[in-house]
Write a protein that binds this ligand. Structure first.
Ligand SMILES: Cc1cc2nc3c(=O)[nH]c(=O)nc-3n(C[C@H](O)[C@H](O)[C@H](O)COP(=O)(O)O)c2cc1C
Length: 200
C-alpha cells in the first residue's frame, strides 16, 4: 500500500486552478506492481493531443516493460542515482524529439518545446490515473541515443519512470526524506507585465 503524502493536502495554490496541476508530482517510492497496458496507452494518448508548431507532433516515445529484455536496455541507460528507485517502476519511457520539419527538412527550433508539452500531457494524465510518472534527465546522454538506435535528426530529451505509488520506507533513507511534494516560487517571480525585470 502507498504511504505517500497527498500533494493536495501539502500544496497550496494562490489562484483557482485545476487540482490536477497540484496532484502531479515526482515521487520515487514505487510499489513494483505492474501497470496495465491500457493505462500506458492512455498516457501516450494524452501526449498525442499536445499542441505543436505546424502540428508537426515532433514527439516520439520508446518504452520498455519491466521483466522484458528491453527493460534491461532502458534501465542500463539510467544513472545509478535513478536506478536505485527505478528498479520498482513498471515501465521506462524514453522521450525523443524530431529536430527537423517533415515538411521541408529545415531545423525546427521548437522541437524540444513541443516535445516537453507532450511530456507534460503524459505526466498529468498519469497523475489523473493515480500513477507515478517521474521525468528524468539523469541518464547517459552520450551512450543513450546509440543504445536506443536513435537516428540523426532525432534527439533523446528525457526519460520517464512510470509505476504504481509505493511506500517511502522502501527507499534509501536520504531519498525517503525527500519524498514530499515540492513548493513553487511566488507568481511575481515568474510572471510580470512588460519587458524583462526579473533579478534571476
Ligand atoms: C526534465 C526533468 C529532468 C528531471 N530529472 C530527474 C532525475 O534525473 N532524477 C530525479 O529523481 N528527478 C528528476 N526530475 C524531477 C524534478 O526534480 C522534479 O520535477 C522537481 O523537483 C519538481 O518536483 P515535482 O515534479 O514533484 O513537482 C526531473 C524533472 C524534469 C522535468
Amino acid at each position: 500500500m502507498s504511504m505517500l503524502p497527498n500533494p493536495l493536502e501539502v500544496r497550496s495554490r494562490d489562484h483557482d486552478i485545476l487540482d490536477l496541476f497540484l496532484q502531479r508530482w515526482s515521487p520515487r517510492a514505487l510499489s513494483g506492481e505492474a501497470v496495465n497496458e491500457e493505462d500506458l496507452l492512455r498516457l501516450f494518448e494524452a501526449a498525442r493531443w499536445a499542441p505543436s508548431t505546424y502540428n508537426e507532433q515532433e514527439w516520439r516515445f520508446l518504452y520498455a516493460k519491466k521483466g522484458t529484455p528491453h527493460w534491461d536496455t532502458f534501465f542500463g541507460v539510467l544513472l545509478e542515482a535513478n536506478q536505485v528507485w527505478c528498479k520498482d517502476a513498471a515501465y521506462l519511457i524514453a522521450v525523443v524529439a524530431r529536430e527537423t520539419f517533415v515538411r521541408n527538412g529545415n531545423p525546427n527550433p521548437v522541437a524540444i518545446l513541443d516535445t516537453g508539452a507532450a511530456m507534460q500531457n503524459l505526466l498529468l494524465q498519469a497523475a489523473h490515473l493515480n500513477l507515478v510518472a517521474h521525468p528524468m534527465a539523469g541518464f547517459d546522454w552520450e551512450g543513450g541515443p546509440k543504445t536506443f538506435n536513435i537516428p540523426d535528426g532525432f534527439r533523446l530529451t528525457a526519460m520517464i519512470a512510470v509505476g504504481k505509488p509505493g511506500n517511502p520506507e522502501t527507499l534509501p533513507a536520504e531519498l525517503a526524506e525527500r519524498e514530499q511534494p515540492t513548493e513553487r516560487k511566488p507568481l511575481e517571480k515568474i510572471a510580470r507585465e512588460g519587458t524583462f525585470s526579473f533579478e534571476e
